[in-house]
Design a protein around this ligand. Structure first.
Ligand code: ADP
Ligand code: MG
Length: 364
């Protein structure tokens, strides 16, 4: 089921009548979620991800715009009539019910023509449990399950009604790191097996990048960029997107373009066929190669061993991001004894951004 959001807007009235500031939680959002794909909705806390999801589900009314499921305008349908499955960060299982009863619960509430026989409900429940691999835990209570297992029950409960659209709001944030990774792969597998169009909300860029067919990056209610994860990483539309994707994050410097060359301080290191101007220069941590004749140098503050690679922590007077980090293979031989290190920089790992609106300036 293709999902289309058209000029979708949500404005919350101010809580405090006197100062009158309303919150534009989602601002004129236009996206298409392709049939059968998993789209990651990504952005910092407060950027409007949950609000978007709740509007798709029908739990929250829209202020403006439209929501389409296929050809149907569902903007004003109730949640029950949209055929969506929803999973929240807090699993909200019923503690006094067994796993089986929890999963079956939405089916027991079906009314009229949708009502299922007891056998059919049980069959669907077992199928959903099997899909998330908890079919051996059906008799347990939620308190007898691990966090990861509880979240699987919540997913099974969302799947049991065979939703047309699956909506997941930070479903992994309560899990520890290892379980998070495992459950993330599970969600991906389930999504592929069922082919249900899925929106996965997270503030974790790595999670979104690894699980999504496409990511949508938001800031203050406004969509910044939409695309395949690698595409967006390699071609960020603006400084915000460049900074939001990647660990360690991109290194950002105050620089300039002069006579067709990009400068950081007095060092010119890359050609740029653009007019002279002040710019932000972004250099991805993996874009450096040790090179004593290279055009980029920095002071060495320390080296962090990460196994296969090392992370060189540097200092540079023109740095405007929090820290300068360069990732190089551990056998490249930077020793803590060096005071300054010199690098060449790969062209496709270097971006420049306008100083005024922080849009990226293409280098081609
Ligand atoms: P996210 O899920 O990306 O963290 P939300 O969608 O929850 O962001 O919130 C977006 C913005 O809308 C925030 O500024 C938040 O404070 C505001 N907001 C969310 N829900 C309400 C509400 N019920 N009333 C007023 N403001 C709200
Ligand atoms: Mg949220």
């Amino acid at each position: 089921m293709e999902v289309v959001l058209k000029n979708l807007t949500k404005i919350f009235p101010s809580r405090n009548r006197k100062n009158g500031d309303e919150v534009v939680a989602v601002n004129d959002m236009n996206i298409t979620i392709p049939d059968g794909k998993l789209v990651g909705l990504l952005g910092p806390s407060g950027c409007g991800k949950s609000t978007t999801l709740y509007m798709i589900s029908g739990l929250q009314k829209v202020t403006g715009g439209q929501i389409f499921f296929g050809d149907d305008d569902v903007t004003h349908l109730t949640p029950e009539n949209r055929g969506v499955g929803l999973v929240f960060q807090n699993y909200a299982l019923y503690p006094h019910l067994t796993v089986k009863q929890n999963i079956m619960f939405p089916l027991e509430n079906l009314k009229g023509a949708d009502r299922l026989s007891k056998e059919e409900m049980l069959k669907r429940t077992v199928e959903a449990a099997r899909l998330v691999q908890i079919d051996d835990l059906l008799a347990r209570k939620p308190s007898e399950l691990s966090g990861g297992q509880q979240q699987r029950v919540a997913i099974a409960r969302a799947l049991v009604k065979m939703p047309k659209v699956l909506l997941l709001d930070e479903p992994l944030s309560n899990l520890d790191a290892r379980l998070r990774l495992q459950t993330r792969e599970e969600i991906r597998r389930i999504q592929r097996e069922t082919g249900i169009t899925t929106v996965f909300v997270t503030h974790d860029q790595e999670e979104a990048m690894s699980i999504s067919d496409e990511i949508v990056i938001m800031k203050l209610g406004i969509v910044q960029q939409i695309g395949r994860p690698q595409e967006v990483y390699d071609n960020p539309a603006n400084l915000f997107v460049a900074k939001f994707l990647g660990t360690p994050p991109i290194n950002v410097f105050a620089g300039r373009v002069e006579k067709g060359m990009i400068y950081i301080g007095s060092e010119a290191f890359l050609e740029a066929p653009v007019p002279d101007q002040e710019v932000y220069v972004g250099l991805r941590p993996e874009g450096f190669t040790l090179d004593e004749n290279g055009p980029f140098s920095c002071k060495l503050k320390g080296i962090e061993v990460m196994g296969r690679d090392v992370s060189v922590v540097g200092a540079h007077p023109d740095l405007v991001s929090n820290s300068l980090r360069i990732i190089i293979p551990s056998d490249m031989g930077v020793s803590e004894g060096c005071e300054r290190v010199r690098f060449s920089v790969r062209r496709n790992k270097c971006f420049i951004f306008r100083k005024d609106n922080e849009e990226r300036i293409p280098l081609e």
